[in-house]
Design a protein around this ligand. Structure first.
Ligand code: PGA
Length: 264
């Protein structure tokens, strides 16, 4: 009998919304996704964190950041540290493929970010995923396992151990914002591979209890294929997460899956 993992839907708004419109949008999404048994997280841009936090007061929707700096403080002009985020967010995404691509973030840097988040009491959501050529060459699993291992090795080297609230989001790079998704079966195979890697670092029990999400062109129509896989515990949603009706559909499907898992 396996552990019951939470079903999680996370909105990644990326570089969209303004401080003025983010609060009302978050409130609309909170209302549209108010279902039983599903953990909801909204990750707006930094400048919209405070209005979104205010708009979500009185709901159980959590607020997350999209990134954090790898150092605790100091001369890093324009950067945001984990301790600055501590009062504003309970979650933070790290290692998103757009940052790996545009800011050349390495696995080691991403691991250091997780260490900072743990110090600040913020739950980390670690993103990983292969490029199209890696999938086509048959090295997707190896690539993703290496990403996860390299980032988490840094966390282990810090002496912290892995945080019990760690979530991993598998997002094939070729599926992000393209309208193309992985198959449910491929995503589930990758979730198993990720758990095998984490089990090698922190033990099978830890890996079994750790949620793994799928991300990459998730919509209300496509989400069912993923959440119907027992290895997949939810989604990290980009484009569709700015649309309350899409989020409503995803939440409804998530609630059905959560109820099914609780009854299983
Ligand atoms: P997408 O983005 O849903 O727009 O593909 C997902 C993500 O990058 O987290």
């Amino acid at each position: 009998m396996g552990v019951m993992r939470p079903v999680i839907i996370t909105a990644n708004w990326k570089m969209n919304t303004s401080p003025a419109d983010a609060g009302p949008l978050a409130a609309d999404i909170a209302k549209a996704t108010d279902v039983a048994g599903v953990t909801r997280i909204i990750c707006p841009p930094y400048v919209a964190l405070a209005p979104v936090k205010d708009a979500l007061a009185g709901t159980d929707v959590a607020v997350g950041a999209q990134n954090v700096h790898a150092e605790a403080k100091g001369a890093y002009t324009g950067e945001i540290s984990a301790s600055m985020l501590a009062g504003l967010v309970s979650w933070c995404i790290v290692g998103h493929s757009e940052r790996r691509r545009d800011q050349f973030e390495s696995d080691a840097l991403i691991g250091a970010k997780i260490v900072r988040l743990v110090e600040a009491g913020i739950s980390p959501m670690l993103c990983c995923g292969e490029q199209l050529d890696e999938r086509e060459a048959g090295s997707a699993v190896e690539t993703v396992q290496a990403q996860v291992r390299a980032a988490l090795d840094v966390v282990m080297a810090s002496g912290q151990g892995l945080p019990s609230d760690l979530v991993i989001a598998y997002e094939p790079v070729w599926a992000i914002g393209t309208g193309r998704t992985a198959s449910g079966a491929d995503a589930a195979e990758m979730a198993d591979a990720i758990r095998a890697t984490v089990a090698g670092i922190a033990g099978a029990e830890f890996a079994e209890a750790m949620p793994v999400l799928y991300g990459g062109s998730v919509t209300a129509d496509s989400f069912g294929e993923f959440i119907n896989e027992p290895a997949i515990d939810g989604a990290l949603i980009g484009g569709a997460s700015l649309k309350p009706d899409q989020m409503a559909g995803i939440a409804a499907t998530a609630a059905e899956a959560a109820a099914g898992r609780a009854g299983a």
